[in-house]
Design a binder for this molecule. Structure first.
Ligand SMILES: *Cc1c(COP(=O)(O)O)cnc(C)c1O
Length: 364
């Protein structure tokens, strides 16, 4: 049976590596939560112990990210992909226009769903440059009085990330933060709504974190399918129906772990350090070639190529044999992608850098 001593370095883009102390606590308490005598998977979502778990997760999120009082924290299902639909269904009111900033495949998918609901405008796109960067403020063609502006803070597939959020004036900014949520400080007040599927940086798949400014809840029409209404989900504190209890439990532990590690500032420093080490190796000799333009490089998903697809295949095969998993780039773009989220250990980055140098030495 596998034990913690046999864990390998997991570079998967998602579901992705979780903090070892969290997995150990889940394992230890899986059969019976302390003081409860039943598994987290066996208790009612309306029980006292679960009430403490979901309220505790929310309180930790609020403390960690400085969530202002006029924002609601929701734990939903359907992944970030359901948010592609819920955002326009709730926020794109009749007659309004939603602005979309296209920085990769996920924002394109978000736009596709919004088009089914109402009028949209592409405020900027970097598709002509194969999404190798995110646009600057000056490139945004924002609609005045738009219903909202949608962005993707980190482009998991293309390895680009915003360093700051764009200014949208009074128009609510909606951000898909699925792959960089809680990797650095976030100014919640500059957003109208933030969403993130948990399975990259926050926990297991099955739970989606949504943080929404409470005045926006008034836009949810009563005609919406009940489960798809932010207003209903907020009124019922994410308990309209059975929520993803296990996912919320683990997400709560992950947030507690981030706090115990020093919070978002500490995560930012750690993530900067890990990414800088990897990019320095990519830039060192020309054997590896980073795909994202330098000012837009992601600290979460480091994407690069080698001289040929054959060499990339060999790189991935050798890396797998050396105990690294998940380095293959997304099927749509190829190449190599090292995802190094919060929980990815620094030692793993050092090992990969060593491996890259050795691979260059024997194949360069
Ligand atoms: C993975 C990902 C998604 C899709 O998430 P699901 O939870 O699988 O729907 C959406 N946006 C971004 C930025 C992602 O990284």
């Amino acid at each position: 049976m596998a034990t913690t001593t046999t864990r390998i370095f997991n570079f998967s883009a998602g579901p992705a590596v979780l903090p070892l102390p969290v997995l150990e606590q889940v394992q230890r308490d899986l059969i019976a939560l302390p003081g409860v005598g039943m598994s987290i998977m066996e208790i009612s979502h309306r029980s006292k112990p679960f009430d403490a778990i979901i309220k505790g997760a929310e309180a930790d999120i609020r403390a960690l990210a400085g969530v202002p009082d006029n924002y609601r924290v929701l734990f939903l299902q359907g992944g970030a992909s359901l948010q592609f639909s819920m955002v326009p269904m709730n926020l794109l009111t009749p007659g309004g226009t939603a602005d979309y900033i296209l920085t990769g495949a996920w924002s394109q998918k978000a736009l596709k769903e919004a088009k089914k609901v109402g009028k949209t405008n592409v405020a900027a796109t970097t598709e002509a440059e194969q999404f190798t960067r995110v646009p600057g403020q000056g490139e945004l063609q924002l609609t005045s009085g738009a219903a909202y502006v949608h962005m993707t803070s980190n482009n998991t597939i293309f390895g680009t990330e915003w360093t700051d959020v764009p200014r949208t004036g009074d128009v609510p900014l909606v951000s898909d933060t699925s792959s960089d949520m809680f990797s650095r400080p976030i100014d919640i007040a500059r957003h109208g709504l933030i969403y993130a599927g948990a399975q990259k940086n926050l926990g297991p798949s099955g739970v989606t974190l949504v943080i929404v400014r409470d005045d926006l809840l008034a836009r949810s029409q009563a005609t919406l399918p009940t489960m798809l209404s932010y207003a209903v989900q907020a009124e019922n504190a994410s308990l309209y129906n059975t929520p993803p209890t296990f996912g919320i439990y683990v997400l709560g532990l992950v947030v507690k772990w981030i706090r115990s590690e020093g919070g978002l500032e500490a995560m930012a420093r750690l993530n900067e350090r890990k990414a800088a080490r990897l990019y320095a190796e990519i830039d060192r000799s020309g054997f590896y070639r980073g795909t994202a333009q330098k000012e837009s490089r992601s600290r979460m998903n480091v994407t690069f190529r080698l001289g040929s697809e054959d060499l990339e295949k060999k790189f991935i095969q050798s890396a797998t044999a050396a105990g690294f998993d998940g380095l293959k780039g997304h099927r749509s773009v190829g190449g190599i992608r090292a995802s190094i989220y919060n929980a990815f250990p620094e030692a793993g980055v050092d090992s990969l850098v060593q491996f890259m140098q050795e691979f260059e030495r024997t194949n360069g």
